[in-house]
Design a binder for this molecule. Structure first.
Ligand code: PEP
Ligand code: MG
Length: 861
C-alpha cells in the first residue's frame, strides 16, 4: 500500500496531509466499521504532480483500476455494467475544509445503455434518467466548461427528453458527443477535481482563510448510494452538538427523496433531524449511536453527511465540525466537564480571534422597531448596511452593505467578503451561506422564507425594501429590521468589565473557566497601552497587569497644545523654562491618576516621541493664512511666527527625523520636565499611601551614547526629588541598529520594550502611514506576505531582530525585563511568537487585553 491511491480501509484520520480531511475521515469511519460505501482516495501528492505537469502522473490510472476492482468485488457489481451498473462519485477533499469551493461529480458510469439497466434494477425510470441528466450537466460543466446557464434554459418535464436535450447542449458547446466510456468519464472527473484546486473562487477562499495555496486536494472516489429513490430514502447533515450555541444534543436537517447536494445548496427546505425519528426510527437510532461513537473517537463536535437508500443508512462524510465562536467556548468547557478533554486541550479548542468576535457589539433591542421578518440565526453579530442584491455590487460598494440573496453559491464569495452581513431567503444552518459566513465570522441570517426577492427590491408581505435602503440583521436571533438599529456592547465585554456575572450563563461561565486557566499557565504577562486614568481602569478590569506604554505626547493634545507651542517657539532659556514649568503640573496630575489606577502594578512612561511639528498647525494651512493676511496688507502676527517655526522644522521624512530620544538631546529640559513630573507624582502617591511603580522609557534609541546621556540627566532629576520610590529606566527597541547592538544598550537599560510598529517600518523600509492604502493590497494578492507585517509580526525579518536583541540583551544583563508594545502585542499569531521568543510580557490596547491573555495561555500549553 503506497503510491497515489489509498483504499478507505488503508487510511486513518491522522493522514489529512496526504488524504485530505474528507479522505482521512472516510478511512477512519471505515476502520470503525461504520457503514461507509466502499471507495478509495487519490492523494494530494498526485494532485500536486498533476498541477505541476498538467498530466495525471504515470502509474496513477493503473492504480485507480486496481482499487476500482477491489470496490467491484466488495459490491459484486461492475463499473458501468449495462444491466446493473456500479456508479461512482468523485469528490474533492483538501486538508482544510473549503465548503463548496471545489468540484463534485456524481453518477459516473451512466451512459445510454447503463441508464436503462439502472432503470430496470431500481424499477424507477424517472430516477435513472434524472441521474443521467445530472451526470451530463456536472461533467459538462466541470470538465468541459459548459456554462451552467446553458442547461438552465431547458425545461422539458420528462427526464428522458431532458437527457436528449442536455446531450445536444453538450455537443453544441464541446463539439463532441457525451463520453460513453465509464473509465473515460472517471479519469476526466479526476482531472477536473484536481484543476478545481486552482479555480478562482478556491484561490480567493484560501487567501481569505490563510490556507496555503500549494497543498493540492485529494480526490475521493466512492460507490454511489442514492437518497433520491423514493420516500424511504433521503439525505441529511447533522451535528453532534448545536454548532451555533454549543448546546448538547444532536442537531441537523433531513431532506426526503433527495441527494446530498440539494441540502447543502439550501435549495429545498428541510425537516429538523429529530423528525427522522418518526419517518425512519431504525435509521434514526442507528444514526444517533454512530454520532455518539464519532464524538468519542474525535473527542469533539463532529458534523456528518449521511444518506438513507431504501431504508439503509450510509455515512458519506464526517469531520470535526465548524462552529460559532460562542459554541467553541461552550463546547470546550463542556468537554472538560464531561472528562473528555483536559483544560490544556480546551485552550487549544478556542482562539483569540473567536474571543474578539464575541466582544463585538449587538443590537439594542429596546430601540429596535418591529422586525420585518425572522430567519434562521446562522452566524452571530449585529450588521447594519444598505441592501445589495448581487455579489459584484457588494464588492464595489463604498459603504457598509448587506448582501441579500435567495440563496448563495460559491460565486458569491467576493460579495460575502465585502458585506457586513448576509441575508438569504432559502436554506438552513447548513446552507452554503451559513457555513461560509460562520467560517468568516460574518453575520448571517438565512432561510428568511417570507422574503420575496425581485430584481431591485425585496418584499415581506406589504413591505418593500429597495436596493440601497438600510436594514439591520441580527445573526444571534435571526431578526431582520428595517432601517438602522443602534448597537450596544457585547455581554462578554460587560463581563470583563465586571458589570455582568458569569453565573447562570453558559457562555460567560465557559469563558471564565478558560480565562482562569489561560492566566494560570501563561508565561507572558499582559500589559496595556494606556494614556489616561479611564483607559488604565478599563485595562485593569480586563486583566492587564501593568501599563506597558503610556504615550506621553497624547497628554499634550487639545487645550494643552498651545503650551507645547510656547515651548517650541521659546527664544531663550527663560521663555523655555516658563513653558516647561506650565506643563509640569499637568503632566504630574496625569501621572498621579495613572499610578492610582494601576496601584501596585508597573506603569511604563515613555518620554515624548513624535516630531515637534505635529504639535503645530500644518504647513499648508499656515501658508494660506499668512498669504491671506499679506494680500490684505495685514500683519500675519502669530501665524507668521508659527509659519517660520514650521518651515524651520519641516522635514521631508519626519518619521526618520527629529523625534524620540533625539528630541531629548536637542530640546533642553523637555525630558527633564517629564522625568520630574513622574518623580513628583510617584512621591505624592507614595506619601498618600499608594504603591506607585513607574518606569521611564526612552523611545527611538539607536546607539548607547544617546541612552547614556538621557539616563544621566534623568538620574540627576530623580535624585533631586525627595521621597521617590525606585524608578527603573529602560528603552524601546525600535531601530534595527538598537536590536543589533542590544548587548551594549542593555548595559544602560534595565528593560527593553520592542516598538514593533517602528521596528517593522524601519526593517522593511515601509512608511507606516503610507503603504497600507498604497500597495499592500497588491502585495497581499501577489503573496509577498500573507498578512500585513504591521498586523502580524514578520517572524523571519523583524522577528529575527527581536530574537537577536533578546539574546544579546539578556547576555549582557540577565535580569533584563523584555516586553513589546507595538500593535503586534494584541495580535494572536504575534503573541505566540513573543511567547516563543521568551518575552516577559506583551502590551496592547485595553480592548485586546483579554484576547492577548487567552493567546498567552494557548501559547504555553
Ligand atoms: C512602536 O513603534 O511600536 C511603538 C509602540 O511606538 P509608536 O507606535 O508610538 O511609535
Ligand atoms: Mg515607535
Amino acid at each position: 500500500m503506497s503510491g497515489y491511491v489509498y483504499d478507505f480501509t488503508d487510511g486513518n484520520k491522522d493522514l489529512k496531509d496526504l488524504l485530505g480531511g474528507k479522505g482521512a475521515n472516510l478511512a477512519e469511519m471505515t476502520r470503525m466499521g461504520l457503514p461507509v460505501p466502499p471507495g478509495f482516495t487519490i492523494t494530494t501528492e498526485a494532485c500536486r504532480a498533476y498541477l505541476r505537469t498538467g498530466d495525471l502522473p504515470a502509474g496513477l490510472l493503473d492504480e485507480v483500476e486496481d482499487h476500482l476492482r477491489a470496490v467491484q468485488l466488495k459490491l459484486d457489481k461492475t463499473f458501468g455494467d449495462p444491466n446493473d451498473p456500479l456508479l461512482l462519485s468523485v469528490r474533492s477533499g483538501a486538508k482544510f475544509s473549503m465548503p463548496g469551493m471545489m468540484e463534485t461529480i456524481l453518477d459516473i458510469g451512466l451512459n445510454d445503455q447503463s441508464v436503462q439497466g439502472l432503470a430496470r434494477q431500481s424499477g424507477d425510470e424517472r430516477f435513472a434518467w434524472d441521474s443521467y441528466r445530472r451526470l451530463i450537466q456536472m461533467l459538462g460543466r466541470t470538465v468541459f466548461d459548459v456554462p451552467a446557464e446553458a442547461f438552465d434554459t431547458e425545461t422539458a418535464e420528462d427526464p428522458r427528453e431532458l437527457v436528449t436535450a442536455y446531450q445536444k447542449i453538450f455537443e453544441e458547446h464541446t463539439g463532441r458527443a457525451f463520453p460513453q466510456a465509464p473509465h473515460e468519464q472517471l479519469f476526466l472527473a479526476i482531472g477536473a477535481v484536481f484543476r478545481s484546486w486552482n479555480a478562482e473562487r478556491a484561490v480567493l477562499y484560501r487567501r481569505q482563510e490563510r490556507i496555503p495555496q500549494d497543498l493540492g486536494t485529494a480526490v475521493n472516489v466512492m460507490a454511489m448510494v442514492f437518497g433520491n429513490r423514493g420516500e424511504d430514502s433521503g439525505t441529511g447533515v447533522a451535528f453532534t452538538r448545536d454548532p451555533a450555541t454549543g448546546r448538547r444534543g444532536c442537531y441537523g436537517d433531513y431532506l426526503r427523496d433527495a441527494q446530498g447536494e440539494d441540502v447543502v445548496a439550501g435549495i429545498r427546505n428541510t425537516l429538523p433531524l429529530h423528525e427522522l425519528a418518526t419517518v425512519d426510527p431504525t435509521s434514526y437510532a442507528q444514526l444517533l449511536s454512530i454520532m455518539q461513537r464519532l464524538e468519542q473517537r474525535y473527542r469533539d463536535l463532529c458534523d456528518i453527511e449521511f444518506t438513507i437508500e431504501n431504508g439503509k443508512l450510509w455515512m458519506l462524510q464526517t469531520r470535526v465540525g465548524k462552529r460559532t465562536a460562542a459554541a467553541a467556548f461552550v463546547i470546550a468547557a463542556q468537554l472538560v466537564e464531561e472528562g473528555v478533554i483536559t483544560l490544556d486541550e480546551a485552550l487549544q479548542r478556542v482562539t483569540g480571534e473567536q474571543l474578539a468576535q464575541l466582544m463585538f457589539p449587538s443590537f439594542d433591542e429596546t430601540a429596535a422597531p418591529a422586525p420585518l421578518t425572522t430567519g434562521v440565526p446562522a452566524s452571530p453579530g449585529a450588521a447594519v448596511g444598505a441592501v445589495v442584491f448581487d455579489s459584484a455590487a457588494a464588492a464595489a460598494a463604498d459603504q457598509p452593505v448587506i448582501l441579500v440573496r435567495r440563496e448563495t453559491n460559491p460565486d458569491d464569495l467576493p460579495g460575502m467578503i465585502a458585506a457586513q452581513g448576509i441575508l438569504t431567503a432559502r436554506g438552513g444552518k447548513t446552507s452554503h451561506a451559513a457555513v461560509v459566513a460562520r467560517g468568516m465570522g460574518k453575520t448571517c441570517v438565512c432561510g428568511a422564507e417570507e422574503i420575496r426577492i425581485g430584481a431591485d427590491s425585496f418584499t415581506v408581505g406589504e413591505h418593500t425594501v429597495r436596493a440601497g435602503e438600510v436594514i439591520s440583521i441580527d445573526g444571534a436571533n435571526g431578526r431582520v429590521y428595517p432601517g438602522p438599529v443602534p448597537v450596544r456592547p457585547s455581554k462578554v465585554v460587560r463581563f470583563f468589565e465586571g458589570e455582568q456575572g458569569a453565573e447562570g450563563d453558559q457562555l460567560l461561565s465557559a469563558i471564565q473557566r478558560l480565562m482562569i486557566h489561560a492566566d494560570h499557565v501563561a508565561q507572558l504577562g499582559v500589559h496595556a497601552n494606556a494614556d489616561t486614568g479611564a483607559d488604565a481602569v478599563r485595562a485593569r478590569r480586563f486583566g492587564a497587569t501593568g501599563i506597558g506604554l503610556c504615550r506621553t505626547e497624547h497628554m499634550f493634545l487639545g487645550d494643552r497644545r498651545v503650551l507645547v507651542e510656547r515651548l517650541i517657539l521659546a527664544e531663550d532659556d527663560t521663555e523655555r523654562e516658563a513653558a516647561l514649568a506650565a506643563l509640569l503640573p499637568l503632566q504630574r496630575a496625569d501621572f498621579e491618576e495613572l499610578f492610582a489606577a494601576m496601584d501596585g502594578l508597573p506603569v511604563t512612561i515613555r518620554l515624548i516621541d513624535p516630531p515637534l511639528h505635529e504639535f503645530l498647525p500644518p504647513l499648508d494651512e499656515l501658508t494660506a493664512r499668512v498669504a491671506r493676511a499679506e494680500a490684505l496688507s495685514e500683519d500675519a502676527g502669530h501665524a507668521g511666527v508659527l509659519l517660520n517655526a514650521v518651515r524651520r522644522m519641516h522635514e521631508a521624512n519626519p518619521m526618520l527625523g527629529l523625534r524620540g530620544v533625539r528630541l531629548g538631546l536637542v530640546v533642553p529640559g523637555l525630558f527633564g520636565m517629564q522625568v520630574r513630573a513622574v518623580a513628583e507624582a510617584a512621591a505624592a502617591r507614595l506619601a498618600a499611601g499608594g504603591d506607585p511603580q513607574p518606569e521611564i522609557m526612552v523611545p527611538l534609541v539607536s546607539a548607547v551614547p544617546e541612552l547614556e546621556i538621557v539616563r544621566a540627566e534623568a538620574e540627576k532629576v530623580l535624585a533631586s526629588v525627595p521621597g521617590v520610590p525606585p524608578i527603573r529606566i529602560g528603552t524601546m527597541i525600535e531601530v534595527p541598529r538598537a536590536a543589533l547592538t542590544a548587548g551594549q544598550i542593555a548595559t544602560v537599560a534595565e528593560f527593553f520594550s520592542f516598538g514593533t510598529n517602528d521596528l517593522t517600518q524601519m526593517t522593511w523600509a515601509f512608511s507606516r502611514d503610507d503603504v497600507e492604502g498604497a500597495f499592500f493590497g497588491r502585495y497581499l494578492e501577489l503573496g509577498v506576505f500573507g498578512a500585513s507585517p504591521f498586523e502580524t509580526i514578520d517572524r523571519d525579518g523583524v522577528g529575527e531582530l527581536v530574537r537577536v536583541a533578546v539574546e544579546r540583551g539578556r547576555a549582557a544583563r540577565p535580569d533584563l525585563t523584555v516586553g513589546v508594545c507595538g500593535e503586534h502585542g494584541g495580535d494572536p499569531a504575534s503573541v505566540r511568537f513573543f511567547h516563543e521568543a521568551g518575552l516577559d510580557y506583551v502590551s496592547c490596547s485595553p480592548f485586546r487585553v483579554p484576547i492577548a491573555r487567552l493567546e498567552a495561555g494557548r501559547a504555553a500549553v
